[in-house]
Design a protein around this ligand. Sequence first.
Ligand SMILES: Cc1ncc(COP(=O)(O)O)c(C=O)c1O
Length: 375
Amino acid sequence: MAFGWIDEQAELRRRAGLVRTLRPRPADSPLLDLASNDYLGLARHEEVVAGAVRSARRWGGGATGSRLVTGTTELHTALERELAGFCGFEAALVFSSGYAANLAAVTALAPHGSLIVSDAGNHASLIDGCRLARGTTQVVAHSDPDAVRKALRTHDGPAVAVSDTVFSVDGDAAPLAEYAEACRGRGAGLVVDDAHGLGVLGDGGRGAPYAAGIAGADDVVATVTLSKSLGSQGGAVLGPARVIEHLVNTARTFIFDTGLAPASAGAALAALGLLRREPERAARAGAVARELHARLTAAGLEAVRPDAAVVSVRAPSPEGAVQWAAECRAAGLAVGCFRPPSVPDGISRLRLTARADLTEAEIERAVRVIGETRP
Ligand SMILES: Cc1ncc(COP(=O)(O)O)c(C=O)c1O
């Protein structure tokens, strides 16, 4: 039978406790949300929603074509200017998702004969970029500048190191300044994915490259998503103008993809405006994460010290993690649940996101529920 092997795989998944299911989120969910990536609480902010509505009214429901044909509006170019300026880079290029931005950056900057040095903790979209690129990938130990240095010494041609700035599973930050130095020493480029740094790290949320003093360098490229702190949807690559021009001409996920929807561009622009006016939002997200971590560890739970807004709590097993998250949900708290194969180290976790708009009472409630439901 066609696709018969699918049923065997499904059975193996079921036995291993790894079945994933979709659960539609109601618009007016009563749950306390520590599961989304809406770090600054902007997804439903009235200015962000108004930015989306205004843009859809003026430009329509979709971009109507790829960026190089009809899919570039003045909204897209304004967003690119604003993102580059805010994060401290020379230029930016907006994509329909952060995933597409990562595929573009890695594939376009790692041609045939090049070396890609990839941190072992990288997000799936960077890993897929490495898989699609023509260069050869060497995966190196997590957050280890010496390992990057050593790998770069094995190769003489073009090379690039790629890393998340804040790792999405444990919320720890990469040693960006050391990575940049290791790359510079070998004339290699550095591509960093700031999905979880933008809006949280750096002065007023300008991102991890800005915080590390490497934003705007001619050998550093950053990717961002518009779907986390900015409460919108889409992605971007930030870097030197010559790199951006190279992407416009060569990146397949730019050339062969419909441009970002006007509503998403308008929402992201409004969110950036809010971040400029209210820079304290970024610091608050970090402070909430540290408070969550302190209270969870005081309650005897094993949690990783957060460098940004992600707090990771160890669970005993994949089944234990699923059951823990379900019991939190039954008690009114939405938390993320990470387990294999999303986590290659095999360790299952609850993943909490520290929103800047959580109140003290909500933080207290979250910690109480997590403590009371632990397996
Ligand atoms: C580190 C990281 N990079 C990239 C992405 C992909 O971004 P997008 O959702 O905009 O495709 C995500 C998650 O969504 C992420 O966590």
